[in-house]
Design a protein around this ligand. Sequence first.
Ligand SMILES: Cc1cc2nc3c(=O)[nH]c(=O)nc-3n(C[C@H](O)[C@H](O)[C@H](O)COP(=O)(O)OP(=O)(O)OC[C@H]3O[C@@H](n4cnc5c(N)ncnc54)[C@H](O)[C@@H]3O)c2cc1C
Length: 397
Amino acid sequence: MTLAVVGASLAGLRAVESARRTGYPGRIVLIGAEEHLPYDRPPLSKAFLSPDGPRAVEPFLPAEELQELGVELLLGTRALSLDPVARLVDTAAGPVSYDTLVIATGATARVLPAAAGISGIHPLRTAEDAAAVRSALDSGARTVVIGAGFIGSEVASAARKRDLPVSIVESLDTPLVRAIGPEVGSVCAELHREAGTDLRLGTDVTGFEAENGAVTGVRLSTGEVLPADLVVTGIGAVPATGWLRDSGIPLHERDGGVICDATLAAAPGVYAAGDVAHVANSLFDGELMRLEHWTNAAEQGAAAARHALDPANAREFSAVPYFWSDWYAHRIQFVGTPRADEVVVTGPGCTALYRRGDRIVGAFTIDRPRDIMKYRKRIAARAPWREAVAFATEMAA
Ligand SMILES: Cc1cc2nc3c(=O)[nH]c(=O)nc-3n(C[C@H](O)[C@H](O)[C@H](O)COP(=O)(O)OP(=O)(O)OC[C@H]3O[C@@H](n4cnc5c(N)ncnc54)[C@H](O)[C@@H]3O)c2cc1C
């Protein structure tokens, strides 16, 4: 019996750990395109960018501990295609046969075609990206971030913590509308302004200026050119499913992510987890969700392996989404879904509650780490709206 896991990052690692935890004694092959042992991405846009932060990316587990788990590691090895009928993954190092498979290939940062061939313009997804961004910050770069999403906002925070000038250019009038809604997006915009970040909303990037192949400026739709030695593109990520194109695995028509049922199954003997997977969540009226959140990747990775090894007992995966982000000296946290009929923003600091029908479906907080998991429990328990509002009022008192 062979369990193959494609993608050696958070979801893939949690899958192999959980397989062993269930007592599975068989062969495990973990296939990863990166040369590194599985490592954690959130620090890449936080501690790793600070001058006194870690100088090297730490793996989740040292190689010996992975060996103790009895995992055959194929690092620096890209999966090229999948034949789910023959149960075969073709990789750059040759074919791997499996009995059951977990797809955990995550997502790849979107890049701007206009940036091709110009140095100093980076996405921020991998250890190599983070090293390039940090090195530019170490040199005192004037930074322009394209996209006011979470990762771009964290890069702006890192620049401001070093007292470096930074601009964020965002085409929408309010940041983070899809992730947290317009009411709370406006609150987040204020955090940037208070920290001295130059926030350009409703503005498009039309191109770049370069000298000797290195970026020197960012051209805006307003006609202005922002000087820049470092440009970070925080314009989203797309599921890494090119290798599944001809496999017959159902892929989402919008972004190509793997479409799973509620047990994370995508086809017989094939499960998916993490940033790559669309999963219908019964806690939110069966909404198909593809999340790019750490906790989701960890929880789904573990569940996918359990289900892959014991499909007869596979249970529905339905967790309340959770993410955090660190901006300047603030911790931002969100649980649930922003798709709501009403959003109510209260103080102190900021707590926002999201209502759908007569229940709470989401909550957002700034600097209220003790509250957020209490909202997560309430959302999981389908708590009534009035009870959640009463709780928020009590917390604010
Ligand atoms: C800079 C940064 C900061 C973040 N901060 C936060 C945060 O503060 N809070 C939060 O909740 N979330 C955060 N996240 C999101 C979180 O890190 C992701 O949700 C998580 O990493 C997803 O894990 P994953 O295993 O599904 O995918 P990934 O981490 O994307 O890993 C997928 C792996 O699969 C490999 N792969 C891809 N294609 C192939 C192939 N064909 N063959 C073999 N291997 C392949 C990739 O190289 C990669 O190693 C952050 C993400 C980034 C990039």
